[in-house]
Design a protein around this ligand. Structure first.
Ligand code: DC
Length: 225
């Protein structure tokens, strides 16, 4: 049976993981969140106490002893670092920062490349990230570039923060979003950009349910071609 690979890329805050997870469930595919891999490498560097702003120091953490594993437990992705389940630990702001930093180191991207490739080779999957359609799975059956305006993404993030009882200002969240977009799309290695053959899905004006439907419909049309 042919394996189906779907690549979903897009900027931070576009709802990629929520939408990709819901679409995967509906289609019976596995959902692979590649950001979690960068987060695990970042967490490892933080735990080892190396200077994450120094490329050589980050590279020195990619030893033979380092074991980054992505497993599925009850259908949900879990991340293991040297045998320890770090799925929760990789979600802290510190781990986010470290992930962002180590993801700009070419050796880290190379280190995680085969792992991502191998997962896609043997599973019908939706893989989300920043460079899936352009670098990791250039031959994916369907490629989606999922985005929304900075204002729409900032509004969603702002509401999430308020719901979590955190103090936030909309202007700051928006400014942060615009800066992150700029950094992600201008970095020297694997910059965020839409693959030429990706379908653009803009969810600025859509609810979550409508966004999930748009993505599922786009995948169904893509795989029927
Ligand atoms: O999607 P996320 O926020 O969990 O990703 C964490 C970091 O990893 C983020 O700074 C972008 C980076 N990343 C990447 O460079 N390439 C990917 N395929 C996925 C994530």
């Amino acid at each position: 049976m042919k394996i189906i690979n779907v690549a979903i890329d897009g900027p931070a805050g576009a709802g990629k993981s929520t939408i990709a997870r819901a679409a995967s469930k509906e289609l019976g595919y596995i959902y692979i969140d590649t950001g979690a891999l960068y987060r695990t490498v970042g967490l490892n560097a933080v735990r080892l106490g190396v200077d994450i702003h120094n490329d050589d120091a980050v590279i020195s953490t990619l030893t033979d002893e380092l074991c980054v594993e992505l497993k599925f437990v009850d259908g949900e992705q879990r991340m293991f670092l040297n045998g320890e389940d770090v799925s929760t630990a990789i979600r802290t702001p510190e781990a986010s920062m470290a992930a962002s930093r180590v993801s700009a180191v070419p050796a880290v991207r190379k280190y995680l490349f085969d792992l991502q490739k191998n997962l896609a080779k043997s599973n019908n999957c939706i893989m989300d990230g920043r460079d899936i359609g352009t670098v990791v799975l250039p031959d994916a059956d369907v490629k989606i570039f999922l985005t929304a305006s900075p204002e729409a993404r900032a509004t969603r993030r702002y509401k999430e923060l308020l719901e979590k009882g955190m103090d936030a200002s909309y202007e700051e969240v928006l400014a942060d979003m615009i800066k992150r977009d700029y950094d992600d799309s201008h970095r020297a290695i694997a910059p965020l950009k839409q693959a030429d053959d990706a379908v653009l899905c803009d969810t600025s004006e859509l609810t979550l349910e409508e966004s999930v439907k748009l993505v599922i419909d786009t995948i169904k049309i893509g795989i029927s071609k």
